[in-house]
Design a protein around this ligand. Sequence first.
Ligand code: COA
Length: 260
Amino acid sequence: MSELVLVDTAERIRTISFNRPDKKNALTRAMYTAAAQAIEDGERNGDVRAFILTGTSGVFTAGNDIVDFMERPPAMGSDETPPVGRFMNALLHAKKPVVAAVDGLAIGIGVTLLMHCDLVYCSDRASFKTPFVDLALAPEYGSSQTMTRAFGHQIAAELLMLGASWDAWRAEQTGLVTRTTTPEALMDTARTAAAALAAKPPAALAKAKELMRMAPEPVEDRVAREGRLFSELLQSPEFAEAAAAFMERRAPDFDKLTTG
Ligand code: COA
């Protein structure tokens, strides 16, 4: 595994850190591949229950490495998935929860990818910018849809058309981030959330995530879908354990169930 991306797995949390601070953690093909592998492997690994995605002190990532980009532009739509596509697909399809911890700069894909995380914490010195139009490029990986849906057109346009830089306050106000902390408290906050997610019944948690990320449908269809799932989960070993723990006045232990 490349040292430009650090991967650490402890207490059921896999932390993936972009680690190229001299280049503001600009992401190269090798870094995308390493991060993609860490997610893909974590998805298969029953000992991993949650991911944290982070950068280094003062910088999350300045986005795609522009030199790498010019030398070997990703060929979208070709037969071969480029490393950036592999990484974003891994993130998009992750069934396990992903918590992002952003300290300082998040630019370009460093913001785009946040739309595919479940919880996003940032420090009060974070800033967010998607200068695609300024670079004569286009929004990527669904952001023209995810951001417009999340923030509304007029707010998303500030990022995607104006190329404005959002500070932590604006990011929290718009809902781009879950919560703002001090730089010192950032990783503890992310780890506490990831640990709480890692202790939850994994199959039920994955189902909740799947539902929340599903394309919109008529609300009656969604009610029916949730109802079927609810009935199914009432029969699950996880519910049996949750109910037994409640009756026995103890904490549930979902680790003893091999749900992966
Ligand atoms: N790709 C490649 N290299 C990058 C980079 C990127 N996206 N972002 C920063 N770097 C490199 C710089 O070239 C510089 O390298 P050098 O020391 O060898 O000259 C180093 O990282 C430090 O960057 P620098 O510009 O000196 O730091 P700064 O604090 O003045 O500015 C940024 C930081 C991130 C605001 C500025 O570098 C920038 O705008 N980068 C481009 C971000 C971008 O447009 N990303 C979207 C790509 S789609």
